[in-house]
Design a binder for this molecule. Structure first.
Ligand SMILES: Cc1cc2nc3c(=O)[nH]c(=O)nc-3n(C[C@H](O)[C@H](O)[C@H](O)COP(=O)(O)OP(=O)(O)OC[C@H]3O[C@@H](n4cnc5c(N)ncnc54)[C@H](O)[C@@H]3O)c2cc1C
Length: 445
C-alpha cells in the first residue's frame, strides 16, 4: 500500500468537489475576506481539470436557466466573477447581446466556470478524489476532521480541517437490469456520453443500433446529437411513460427557485416539504425543454413522410432484462399497455436515467455516530450531536429540507453567502489549533 502524505496544516475549510457550488462559495469567501479576514480554504476535485459535466457537452445543449443566475449576480451584481464580465473579458459581450438570449450554450457556460476556477488555483487541487472524512478526537470530542484523498497515481493525502463542505454532486443512477453490465463498454450512463461515443465504430460511418433509456432532458439531448451527428446510427428510444413531457419554466412556477422559497420550504414540516417538492417535480425531473420536444416530434414526423423508419419511439415500455452477448446487448422489453414481451438487440445502450444523491453518506460514514439522520440546519450545516465541534456543511444534498433549487444553479450565490456567514460565525467559537494537534497526536499513538 502507498504511504499517505499527511500535512500539519489545519485548514479552516476543505471543500469536496470544485463544481459550481463550491466555486460560488470560493468567491463568496474571497469577498467576505475583505471585511472579515481570510480563512484558510482548500477545494479538492477528482477531475484532472475543471469541466462542467464535460462528457455531456454536445453542440446543441443549452443552459436551462438564465445566465443572470451565474455564480454571483443574485448576491453581488458588481462582482468581477459574473458571466457578463466573463463575456467582456473574452471580447464577446456585444455578440452575446446580439444573440438575444438568456440561455447560452452549455459549452460556453462550461468555459465561464473554467475561467472562474482559474482565479482560484492557489485554493484548489485537481486530480484528488476524497475517499473519506474522519473525526479527529480529543477528550471524546470531534475537534476537527481528517480528509483522506487519493490522486491519480494512487497516492493518498491526509489533511486536517475545522470544517468541510461536501459539494460532490450527483452519482449516475444505474437501473437494476443493467447493474451487472456496468463494466461492459457498450452500456454506459449518459454522464459518459461523449467519451464513449467517440470510441464507437459509427464515428467512421459504420451502422450502429443504439437504445436510449429514459425520458428526460439528457435522453432528448442524446437523441438529437445521435440524429444530427451520426447518420449511420439508428435509435430505439425506450421510455416507461407514454410521452415526453415539457419542463415547466413558466414565470409563476419559476418562483420556486427564488431564494425566498428556500425559507418557505425550510419552515414547513417534513410532510408539507415533501408535498411542495413533489408538486413542482415537473420543473426539473423527467421533463424536456419544449423547443427540443418540438424538434424531436418533427424528426419522427418527417420519418413518416419519407417512409424510412430510421428511429423508433418505444413509449410505455419497461426493460426487464439486459444480457451481454459477444455481438450485441439483448434487452428483454415489456409493453406496460398490453403486457406483450419483446426482445431486441443493440450495439450500444445509453442510460439517461438520472442521478442519485448519496455520496455524502459514503464520505461521512466514519462520522455516522455523531450525525443522526443527516438533518441539515438552515445554514446547510449538518445537525450533529454535541460531541462534534467541527462544522460539516452540504450543498446539493439538501433538497428534502431546502427545496428543488438545491441541486441546481438557481440560488448558488445566496447559498454560498449563507454558508460563508455561518463559517465566520462558528469561527468565533473555534477550537484552538493546539487542541486539534493534541487530538492528532492522540489518534496517531
Ligand atoms: C448534464 C447536466 C446538465 C445540467 N444543466 C443544468 C442547467 O442548465 N441549469 C441548472 O440549474 N442545473 C443544471 N444541472 C444540474 C447541476 O447539478 C448543476 O448545474 C451544478 O452542476 C451543481 O453544481 P455542484 O457543484 O453542486 O455539483 P457538480 O457540478 O456535480 O460538481 C461536483 C464536483 O465534485 C467532484 N467530485 C465528486 N465526488 C468527488 C470526490 N469524492 N472527491 C473530489 N471531488 C469529487 C466532481 O468531479 C465535480 O467536479 C445539470 C446537470 C447535468 C448532469
Amino acid at each position: 500500500m502507498t504511504q499517505a502524505i499527511a500535512s500539519a496544516v489545519v485548514h479552516d475549510l476543505i471543500g469536496v468537489g470544485f463544481g459550481p457550488s463550491n466555486l460560488a462559495l470560493a468567491i463568496a469567501l474571497r469577498e467576505h475576506a475583505q471585511t472579515h479576514g481570510e480563512l484558510d480554504v482548500l477545494f479538492l476535485d477528482k477531475q484532472a481539470d475543471y469541466r462542467w459535466h464535460g462528457n455531456t457537452l454536445v453542440a446543441q445543449s443549452e443552459l436551462q436557466i438564465s445566465f443572470l443566475k451565474d455564480l454571483v449576480t443574485l448576491r453581488n451584481p458588481t462582482s468581477p466573477y459574473s458571466f457578463v464580465n466573463y463575456l467582456k473579458t473574452h471580447g464577446r459581450l456585444v455578440d452575446f447581446i446580439n444573440l438575444g438570449t438568456f440561455y447560452p450554450c452549455r459549452m460556453e457556460f462550461n468555459d465561464y466556470l473554467r475561467w472562474v476556477s482559474g482565479h482560484f488555483q492557489a485554493q484548489s487541487r485537481y486530480g484528488e478524489e476524497v475517499l473519506a472524512i474522519e473525526p479527529v478526537l480529543h477528550k471524546q470530542q470531534v475537534q476537527a476532521l481528517r480528509v483522506i484523498s487519493r490522486d491519480s497515481h494512487g497516492e493518498q493525502s491526509v489533511r486536517t480541517t475545522r470544517s468541510v463542505v461536501v459539494s460532490a454532486g450527483g452519482t449516475p443512477r444505474i437501473p437494476e437490469p443493467f447493474k451487472a453490465l456496468k463494466d461492459d463498454g457498450r452500456v454506459f450512463h449518459h454522464s459518459r456520453y461523449l467519451e464513449r461515443m467517440a470510441a464507437q465504430p459509427s464515428i467512421s460511418g459504420q451502422s450502429l443500433r443504439v437504445a436510449i433509456i429514459g425520458s428526460g432532458q439528457s435522453a432528448a439531448e442524446a437523441f438529437i446529437d445521435l440524429n444530427d451527428c451520426f447518420p449511420s446510427v439508428q435509435v430505439d428510444w425506450i421510455l416507461r411513460g407514454s410521452a415526453l413531457k415539457p419542463a415547466d419554466d413558466s414565470p409563476f412556477v419559476n418562483e420556486v427557485f427564488s431564494p425566498e422559497f428556500t425559507d418557505l420550504i425550510y419552515q414547513q414540516n417534513s410532510a408539507e416539504r415533501e408535498r411542495l417538492i413533489n408538486e413542482y417535480q415537473s420543473t426539473n425531473y423527467s421533463v424536456v425543454d419544449l423547443d427540443l420536444i418540438e424538434r424531436i416530434y418533427g424528426i419522427f414526423y418527417r420519418q413518416k413522410v419519407s417512409g424510412i423508419p430510421r428511429h423508433a419511439f418505444r413509449s410505455l415500455t419497461t426493460v426487464e432484462r439486459a444480457i451481454s452477448h459477444k455481438g450485441s446487448i439483448e434487452l428483454a422489453l415489456r409493453s406496460t399497455a398490453t403486457g406483450e414481451p419483446s426482445e431486441h438487440h443493440y450495439d450500444v445502450v445509453i442510460l439517461a436515467t438520472g442521478y442519485e444523491r448519496q455520496m455524502h453518506r459514503q464520505l461521512l460514514a466514519p462520522l455516522a455516530e455523531y450525525l443522526g439522520d443527516y438533518q441539515v440546519d438552515r445554514d446547510y450545516r449538518l445537525a450533529t450531536d454535541e460531541r462534534c465541534k467541527a462544522g460539516i456543511y452540504m450543498q446539493g444534498f439538501c433538497q428534502a429540507s431546502h427545496g428543488l433549487s438545491d441541486t441546481l444553479l438557481s440560488i448558488l450565490p445566496i447559498r454560498a453567502d449563507e454558508i460563508a456567514a455561518s463559517l465566520y460565525a462558528h469561527g468565533k467559537q473555534q477550537v484552538p489549533v493546539r487542541s486539534i494537534h493534541d487530538g492528532l497526536l492522540a489518534t496517531a499513538s
